[in-house]
Design a protein around this ligand. Structure first.
Ligand SMILES: [Zn+2]
Ligand SMILES: [Zn+2]
Length: 229
């Protein structure tokens, strides 16, 4: 199966210098206020989790089996941590075309690939959620890796496999379960990597910078429980 080959980590070519600013701040439901990552955003993060829903969308060219495997992995994550969420197929929703328009508005064409500006998309999505009350649930968008890559921002190397944000948006180029769990964990509030900034490496945890497994260390398990308590 295409999604099961080993991943040539790291997630980015070089370590990010800025990710420390993404650390979770506060406790409980204050987790959304992390960072100051989007200081230029007009709105605070939208409380997407209060919808209780996460929908998985895909661009053209993604097989249903790939999407269904992502839904399965996310629902296992949700069940393992008893999160008040459920994950379903989003492609039958009327808002899919609207989401794909937003995606296209965030890309720059470079050669045959389109570069996704993940930060720009996050900010625009947040604005739309606040102003129009659309796309108000958690969103996982699988894009065709042959057509899309991520834009490098703030002098960092671009993400390769996916991007996840506590703002309620995850974009996946690769759907290996390790990548899905790692990015969805970012979306659920874990804004750090082990082995980055002042966080020591932990190769037995999916949140490690390199060679993550699908498993979490005790620290990250507890952090997730604390965030969602
Ligand atoms: Zn990451
Ligand atoms: Zn960990």
């Amino acid at each position: 199966m295409a999604g099961q080959q080993a991943l040539p980590y790291p997630i980015r070519k070089n370590r990010s210098k800025n990710l420390e600013t993404l650390k979770v701040e506060g406790h409980g439901k204050n987790w959304r206020r992390f960072g100051g990552h989007y200081d230029n955003s007009k709105y605070p993060p939208y409380k997407w989790d209060e919808s209780g829903e996460v929908f998985v969308f895909s661009t053209e060219g993604i097989p249903d089996t790939t999407k269904n495997n992502v839904i399965k992995v996310v629902n296992k994550f949700i069940n393992d941590f008893h999160l008040p969420l459920r994950c379903e197929d989003g492609d039958t929703k009327e808002e899919r075309s609207y989401l794909l328009e937003l995606l296209e508005d965030s890309v720059t064409a470079r050669g045959i690939k389109k570069e996704i500006d993940f930060d720009k998309l996050n900010i625009e999505l947040t604005r739309i959620r606040h102003e129009c009350k659309r796309l108000t649930y958690g969103i996982i968008l699988i894009v065709d890796e042959r057509k899309y890559e991520f834009l490098s921002t703030k002098g960092e190397e671009p993400a390769i496999y996916g991007c996840g944000s506590g703002y309620g948006l995850t974009i996946l180029r690769v759907t290996h379960p390790k990548a899905v769990v790692h990015e969805f964990a970012h979306m659920c509030g874990l804004g750090y990597h082990h082995g980055e900034g002042s966080t020591p490496p932990n190769r037995n945890c999916t949140m490690n910078w390199v060679y993550p497994t699908e498993k979490f260390c005790e620290y990250c398990k507890n952090r997730l429980k604390e965030i969602w308590a």
